[in-house]
Design a protein around this ligand. Structure first.
Ligand code: AMP
Length: 347
């Protein structure tokens, strides 16, 4: 590859990577995708790609030699890989931040240490399981790392079932069930000089997987601004460069609890592709490349529906109206609950 122009390296080749690549192209930025899966939608759009295990040093060296900067579309890249790459080239956002946000325990401790409220939790290694009060249940046990879309989570209705369960190791937290009114998320981007955020997306999950997101969220302006302020505090304290998503529970008392932070562009922000003057993907590229961020302006009301597993086949033959935008990620293998595409309806 001829290194004639600025090239952005992206770890991960899923749909988030695909949208990042397309946004980079719009900004005349070359892209080079490094993915460990042959079934990676992003590789059909990027200028170059490597399909390899993330720990293959030879392949990593070639990748590093041919890019100017690295970013990623998902956070579960092995630490060893990010550390290795960072020794030779800038990785944005910084791997040291990802170490915090990849781990539910570290993330919650960080948030609580800066005065931000999360769900009540215990670290199973540090607590006598028998001493957890009955009133703490129902509760979710979650692995501290590598969980997403409900993976690595077990729900316990009561303490009896919890005590009967034998856990493989103690790298879990137990989290009290929040009887929330709704869920919202804030997608926020930061470069070296500025931070910009979208207004809240209102999210509905089914079996812990995002089903749909809509804008505007049906919450007060005050709550929307509060969620944005909390997100700004988080991104500033972390000195984070790039785009992140802060997911919140809105309690019955209209209080905000941070559920988790995704250190990347996020599924709930897909509707920004069609309903805003700028997408979350473009602002991520702008942030990591230190280009001017665009202040988000909403153009339409919109709802985004995730298309999972074999449902994609129905959509492939559906008539799409002019107010609908259908995205087929082009994944080769259809699997139950796999995110295969999404549809955004604008009003
Ligand atoms: P997570 O992967 O932790 O974001 O969980 C995915 C989804 O599961 C959340 O968006 C909620 O819909 C649900 N969930 C997870 N933890 C809790 C909790 N402590 N209380 C209520 N719902 C939860």
């Amino acid at each position: 590859m001829n290194k004639k122009t600025f090239t952005l390296g992206i770890f991960g080749g899923g749909q988030l990577g695909k949208f990042l690549v397309q946004s980079a192209k719009k900004l005349n930025i070359r892209t080079f995708v490094f993915t460990d899966s042959i079934d990676s939608p992003a590789i059909y759009h990027s200028d170059d790609f490597i399909i390899s295990n993330y720990k293959n040093k030879k392949k990593l060296d070639f990748f590093i030699k041919n890019i100017d900067l690295a970013t990623f579309e998902f956070e579960n890249i092995p630490f060893q890989t990010l550390d290795y790459v960072e020794k030779k080239i800038t990785v944005s956002p910084k791997p040291s931040i990802i170490r915090i946000l990849q781990d539910r325990l570290k993330e919650k401790n960080f948030l609580n240490s800066i005065g931000i409220k999360t769900t009540e939790f215990y670290y199973l290694k540090k607590v006598n399981k028998r001493k957890i009060n009955n009133s703490f249940f129902p509760a979710f046990v979650k692995t501290t790392r590598f969980g997403y879309d409900g993976k690595g989570q077990i729900f316990f209705k009561d303490k009896k079932n919890f005590l009967k369960y034998s856990f493989k190791n103690n790298e879990y937290i137990i989290e009290k069930l929040v009887n929330f009114k709704k869920e919202i998320s804030i997608v926020i981007s930061r470069n070296k000089s500025k931070t910009v955020a979208f207004d809240a997306f209102e999210n509905l999950h089914k079996h812990q997987i995002l089903q749909k997101s809509k804008i505007p969220a049906n919450i007060s302006r005050k709550l929307n601004n509060e969620a944005k302020e909390i997100s700004k505090k988080i991104i500033d304290k972390l000195n984070y460069i790039g785009t992140m998503c802060v997911e919140f529970f809105v309690t019955k008392e209209n209080k905000l609890l941070v559920n988790e932070i995704a250190p990347r562009v996020h599924n709930s922000g897909h509707l920004t592709l069609n309903a805003y003057n700028v997408s979350q993907f473009e602002n991520h590229i702008r942030a990591v490349c230190n280009l001017k961020l665009k202040k988000p302006k909403r153009i339409y009301q919109a709802t985004m529906y995730n298309i999972l597993g074999f449902d994609i086949e129905k959509y492939r033959s559906k008539n799409i109206t002019k107010n609908e935008f259908f995205y087929d990620y082009g994944k080769k293998e259809i699997k139950d609950k796999r995110k295969m595409g999404h549809l955004t309806k604008i009003i």
